[in-house]
Design a protein around this ligand. Sequence first.
Ligand SMILES: Cc1cc2nc3c(=O)[nH]c(=O)nc-3n(C[C@H](O)[C@H](O)[C@H](O)COP(=O)(O)O)c2cc1C
Length: 384
Amino acid sequence: MRHRQIYNLHDFQALARRKLPRSLFAYINNGAEDEASLRWNRQAFEQYEFMPRMLVDVSERSQAIELFGETYASPFGISPVGLGALYSFDGDVRLACAARQANVPYVLSGASLTRLERVAEHAPGMWFQAYLPGDREEIRRLLRRVAAAGIKKLVITVDIPVSVSPDRYARFGFSSPLRPSLDLLWQGLSRPAWTIGTFGRSLLSHGMPHLENWRAARGNPVLSASLQKDVKNRDNFTWDHIRIAREHWDGVLIVKGLMCAQDAVRARDVGADGLIVSNHGGRQADGVAASLDVLKDVVDAVPGLAVMMDGGIRRGSDVLKALGLGARCVFAGRPFNFALAAGGREGVDTALALLQEEIDRNMAHIGINHPYEISDGRVRRRAA
Ligand SMILES: Cc1cc2nc3c(=O)[nH]c(=O)nc-3n(C[C@H](O)[C@H](O)[C@H](O)COP(=O)(O)O)c2cc1C
């Protein structure tokens, strides 16, 4: 991939734009409404600077971390992103296998199109993200299914009580489910490699893609003239449902989508083992703070709890800044899914390696041998 002008994670975006139908590209790329939160997620990283130390022996560098009793090769993972199997043939499995080979966490989305059991077979150790139904019995059935697949790390996303704001991608023809139309047909015809190599091949191999992991039972097909996505019972979702999930889940429980200290304390009090500070990649309410800007408050509120974050991570230096503010691990969503669209498995392998190389180089330049040494006064807020 490096021969194709791919030198950092930003570069996958343009290639993905050329490969995907425009509705799918817009679905991944765009944020909510005027995209302020999406921009802030990136801009926040520029508010912080490193204080490097020189003449430190950094020849023993390792970016490996311990998290929830596991050793991972790097302090970052792949965020849950819906519809991965539409970005490349067998996309969920390809992402999961790439992460497994690189030994970094991969979180399968609850809005994915591949049965979690099949992904877990290829990538034991993967994490699963659920959009829990607001019904005790349904929660129990879903969690039983997840546990039966051997999955030990459950991420419950809590920041989307109603669907994400559609206007930035509906304009490009995206909806969930997709509606058959002349426009969609035209989009397919204008991306024949995707139509044959991804969508056509999926149809032949697995039939029409469905939301396989939305609930314990199979959900909607990805393409339908009339069906509505089942979003009922999500706006009544409260801490009581997290408590129910805790009762029915013996593994590691992580709450994703918290943005303030008070919610972090509540998560700890209902028995969460970790949390992911996240504004859903700027797809939640537009104007919500950048994840990085609230990270330190959250970390300080729940000492001892594994606080992670995502939103805007594109560079090794971003990873180290977030770790400097107290994150135990970070995640990135769009870059790895653009890499998947751009180059399939090879694209994801390249993206993972590029980020690892950047972290390693930055660690040496800053004068640290381990990512967590960064919290030792090496990151500070820039003077205004
Ligand atoms: C296209 C798209 C789909 C997403 N789907 C999910 C999802 O199914 N579950 C979830 O918890 N988060 C989802 N997210 C949010 C990501 O997990 C993550 O929080 C976000 O992408 C991080 O920001 P980044 O893309 O700047 O790295 C989605 C994000 C995008 C861009």
